[in-house]
Write a protein that binds this ligand. Sequence first.
Ligand code: NAD
Length: 348
Amino acid sequence: MPKNPSPKKSAAVDKDIQIVVAGAGGFIGGHLCRYFKDKGFTRIRAVDKKPLSNWYQRTPGVESLCLDLSEEKNCRRAVEGATEIYQLAADMGGMGFIERFRIECLRSVLINTHMIESAYKAGCDRYFYSSSACVYNTDLQKDPKVTALKESDAYPAMSERGYGWEKLISEMFCQEYWAERGMKTFIARFHNAYGPWGTWDGGREKAPAALCRKIIQAIDDKSLAIQIWGDGTRTRSFMYIDDCVKGIDMIAHTDALIATPINLGTSELVTVNQLVSIIEKIAGVKVKREYDLTAPQGVHGRNSDNTFIRKMLGWEPKTPLKDGLAETYAWIKEQFYLRKAGQRTITD
Ligand code: NAD
């Protein structure tokens, strides 16, 4: 793997190559399929274990396969003839999910071991893996006034139990498939992504979607009160989905980043209370905040150090939180009232 990678031009890509997006029935995978289709790619295969009727987005002209990728034979089928593979399938969710269901999170290692081996056997040219900021050493995240996490802060390792450790070992698979077998792998460590067409209810949603939904609910039932997990002082950064898919594309086509984990997130740090205030402004209300100190909260503070991505790509996710949240709030409101009218929403 490159020791001191330097920025290089993105590789040019033929629009007729076979692209495979795993986890395409979910939030980021659904957007990624649409993104590639809009860019003119003609052969996109979307794969997810959910029944097709439960996929968050279906892009016309994209081949859609319903396969459980924790089984090797399904992985082999999924990647047949693939030139580029984007591996986003995982059993995951927000803090409420990853703190309660560590075994499910760890079992994603089955998907990742079978997918990368199948990709290698299929002769895939580029393999992208969606890692997470949860790989970072939790000892460095005990203070809400965080020092932003840089890529080298994953080691010595003390990742988030369950979910984070699985991501870290799967990153290592990517690094070794390059080192030992010469397959080009790319690893992005996503920091919280949010946006329309994401999980907004049901237990797997993340803070931005959950807080939008709670405020919409509080307006609707006229209580004007919401419950916040924790005391509101925990800090995070949140990346808008358009930046996320653009970043995935750029990272996967930058050869200087082969087998080199890189942060993909914004460095606009906010407390949970500030996040609520932004959503209040969008909604045009003030809500009463009740704090649930027994709820899952995750590490105290986490931010993305973007020095490396700026150096490598001359770019970083930039959508201001208030702009991305305005889009997200409007979309969740639509979903909320669809459900209220007895219609199906993406999380039903
Ligand atoms: P998501 O839950 O919306 O999508 C993941 C998809 O994977 C789901 O549709 C699920 O059905 C599918 N899946 C799970 N197990 C599968 C299996 N065995 N076979 C086939 N499909 C399976 O999640 P997302 O937010 O789109 O995240 C995509 C990737 O990015 C995941 O790997 C996640 O860990 C990573 N990530 C996301 C965030 C974020 O903020 N959303 C942050 C860090 C990392």
